[in-house]
Design a protein around this ligand. Structure first.
Ligand SMILES: Nc1ncnc2c1ncn2[C@@H]1O[C@H](COP(=O)(O)OP(=O)(O)OP(=O)(O)O)[C@@H](O)[C@H]1O
Ligand SMILES: [Mg+2]
Length: 258
């Protein structure tokens, strides 16, 4: 430990389409959905993370909830910056006389363009970082699950997130080949929402659709150990009143197969 270490602090951020995680002193200190709630008239940020997620679909017309990232990259620069700033404030830290310089390591999808990289660096700098380092998500995932990435041996990593699916082969400390597809978990959630609307005539929110996916989502129509049927709550589009229907994994497998 150096003499000036108290003047510097390092954090790692996984800025994801669905969730943002911050690691500080080897511990996950922030794990929140990447959602911002804003007052559309004044532009003021009302809430971020879980609190903003709870407001989704329930707010009046002056409050808008949005996701600043799309397909793993920054779609709304200002909101991303406000969100990062807010999450950094959530880190439990010792109070010191000086506020230490922040060193940030940020994960990015392997398929991003130079412009998209620049947007991440700028956002992090505006949110208070003195030094910003970028790391490819598959490399971070491989290190995180304990693979010795420096070995002369190929290891394949597949990271299915909310907006991107990253597939990479890692060997000798580098990415040998990779593919980043801008289709991931959130697309399945959207498919379920559309299916509920067209097949059952009920409108379900993002949270309900995600719960259906988590509880009875399946890629196969025949499972050895099938999950129990799931009660879906939504708004009947014809009558406008709440309705409950029971869905099976077989039905959802069909919906995801489209
Ligand atoms: N048990 C589960 N079964 C199926 N899907 C799940 C489950 N738990 C989470 N998910 C889905 O995983 C996705 C979120 O994953 P993750 O937090 O890794 O994404 P992210 O890192 O924010 O996104 P990206 O890496 O694409 O920017 C969401 O679509 C969520 O619905
Ligand atoms: Mg991710």
């Amino acid at each position: 430990m150096g003499f000036f270490d108290f003047m510097q602090e390092a954090i790692a951020i996984d800025l994801g389409t669905a969730n943002t995680l911050i690691i500080h002193n080897d511990k996950v200190v922030v794990d929140e959905p990447s959602i911002v709630a804003k007052n559309v008239r004044t532009g003021e940020v009302i809430a971020i993370g879980k609190r903003a997620q709870q407001m989704h679909g329930k707010a009046h017309k002056d409050i808008e909830t949005m996701r600043p990232l799309k397909d793993g990259v920054i779609a709304d620069f200002q909101s991303s910056e406000q969100m990062i700033r807010g999450f950094i404030k959530m880190i439990p830290r010792k109070r010191t006389l000086f506020s230490p310089a922040l060193k940030m390591v940020v994960c990015i999808p392997s398929g991003v363009t130079e412009v998209e990289k620049r947007a991440v660096v700028d956002s992090a700098e505006h949110a208070g970082a003195k030094d910003v380092w970028l790391i490819m998500e598959p490399m971070a995932a491989a290190i995180g699950i304990g693979i010795d990435v420096l070995e002369p041996k190929g290891n394949m990593v597949i990271d299915i997130g909310g907006g991107t699916t990253e597939i990479a082969v890692i060997s000798l400390g580098g990415i040998v080949c990779d593919k980043s597809i801008r289709v991931a978990g959130d697309e399945f959630t959207d498919n379920i929402k559309t299916y509920m609307k067209t097949r059952h005539n009920i409108a379900v929110g993002d949270i309900m659709a995600e719960q259906i996916k988590i509880n009875v989502g399946s890629a196969l129509t025949e499972l050895k150990d099938p999950p129990a049927n799931y009660a879906v709550h939504g708004r009947d589009l014809m009558s406008g009143i709440p309705k409950e229907i029971i869905v099976t994994y077989k039905e959802i497998a069909g919906a995801l197969n489209n």
